[in-house]
Design a protein around this ligand. Structure first.
Ligand SMILES: Nc1ncnc2c1ncn2[C@@H]1O[C@H](COP(=O)(O)OP(=O)(O)O)[C@@H](O)[C@H]1O
Ligand SMILES: Cc1ncc(C[n+]2csc(CCOP(=O)(O)OP(=O)(O)O)c2C)c(N)n1
Ligand SMILES: [Mg+2]
Ligand SMILES: [Mg+2]
Ligand SMILES: [Mg+2]
Length: 327
């Protein structure tokens, strides 16, 4: 299969989004938005950085690279509409594997009626997949990290650290997997972005959102810095799964703070809206937990504090960081 027949094989038979004017087939796609704001994000997954042949099958790679992007759209309160895929393919990847990878994206995209409207195909040494997503949000309603205000409730969806637990289990290739480990592996390979929960918050005047890709130790600091506030987290309120605690009793507490790749949402809302947020989580069928509050800056700059049995410490950025040691 050459580049051109590959492109033909991934080209959708028809498009679902009414704002699409030109999809795959020309130099670029054309969209005609009908009012509202357009939200766009891009994320890459690279072999041996975001996955290995040991940790993921092609379908999982497709699912997760789109899920990571949808998680960013969710964190903006946006409704997904389009995606584009740029892929670097090593020579040892078969046609079947590529079709599976695209099926991983397509199955997730179908849930949101998203259209694949373009991309790029090149050959190279390692598999690398870059997905660009586009979504819409009502004018002025995008949700920013900078929107947290002293007095807000700090919350997180789902449980944290599971993805790291799944990764650890897969990398160490243990054979005696139980249902706990199957759960962790699934959380690592197939995260479900919190799109409908975030869309359901559209009636709120104000909510700060950030998705958990690198670990809340990073993401809480991002909210604190961009909002110019302090954040206080109660460690014993941070949600973790029993599967994680059972499997990794010595590590689970670190991983729930800095494991990353959970693709949950960390947010801050006024106390008066907290009940509404909880009801919305119930409607979306997801767990939600208050883990702390937002306060005024008490020092020279915004900080995140974490309290554990009356001991208060500063929670530094300790999640995943690329380009470490590059100055
Ligand atoms: N190489 C780059 N060139 C331009 N903008 C970038 C680049 N890498 C990241 N960004 C931008 O920096 C911001 C933070 O990126 P990132 O930490 O990857 O966000 P996230 O964790 O939500 O994916 C985003 O606005 C992103 O678009
Ligand atoms: C084989 C393998 N090693 C390590 C990891 C862990 N890991 C890789 S990237 C990453 C952080 C998230 O990726 P990033 O590119 O920073 O996503 P973004 O913040 O841009 O959404 C983590 C925890 C993994 N998933 N797979
Ligand atoms: Mg990114
Ligand atoms: Mg993000
Ligand atoms: Mg990151």
């Amino acid at each position: 299969m050459d580049e051109f027949s590959f492109i033909r094989s991934v080209q959708p038979a028809y498009y679902k989004q009414s704002s699409l004017i030109k999809g795959i087939s020309d130099d670029a796609a054309v969209i005609r938005p009908s009012g509202g704001d357009v939200v766009t994000a891009v994320d890459t997954m690279v072999e041996d950085v975001h996955f290995s042949r040991k940790t993921m099958q092609p379908h999982h790679i497709g699912h997760r690279v789109l899920a990571a992007n949808l998680s960013d759209l969710a964190a903006m309160g946006s409704t997904p509409a389009y995606y584009m895929v740029s892929i670097t393919i090593p020579s040892d990847w078969s046609e079947e594997e590529l079709i599976e990878l695209y099926a991983g994206m397509d199955d997730l995209a179908a849930r949101y009626r998203m259209d694949l409207i373009g991309g790029d195909t090149v050959s190279g040494r390692e598999l690398s997949v870059t997905v660009t997503v586009m979504g819409t949000v009502a004018k002025g309603k995008a949700r920013y990290r900078s929107a947290a205000v002293p007095g807000d409730v700090l919350f997180v969806t789902g449980t944290l650290g599971d993805s790291r637990g799944g990764l650890e289990w897969l990398l160490n290739e243990k054979n005696d997997s139980s249902s706990d480990q199957a759960f962790l592996i699934d959380r690592h390979r197939k995260p479900w972005p919190r799109v409908s929960f975030a869309e359901g918050l559209s009636t709120l005047q104000r909510v700060a959102l950030n998705d958990v890709s690198d670990g809340i130790a990073n993401e809480a600091n991002e909210i604190a810095e961009s909002s110019g506030v302090d954040i206080h987290i109660a460690k014993d309120m941070v949600p973790f799964s029993s599967a994680l605690k059972n499997t990794f009793p010595d590590q689970y507490q670190d991983w729930m703070l800095s494991g990353g790749e959970d693709f949950e949402l960390l947010g801050a809302v006024p106390l008066s809206d907290w009940t509404l947020v909880q009801e919305n989580a119930e409607t979306a069928g997801i767990k939600i937990t208050k883990i702390g509050e937002v306060d005024e800056v008490s020092g020279d700059s915004p900080r995140v504090f974490i309290k554990e049995s009356d001991q208060i410490a500063i929670l530094k950025k300790s999640g995943y960081t690329h380009l470490k040691g590059k100055g």
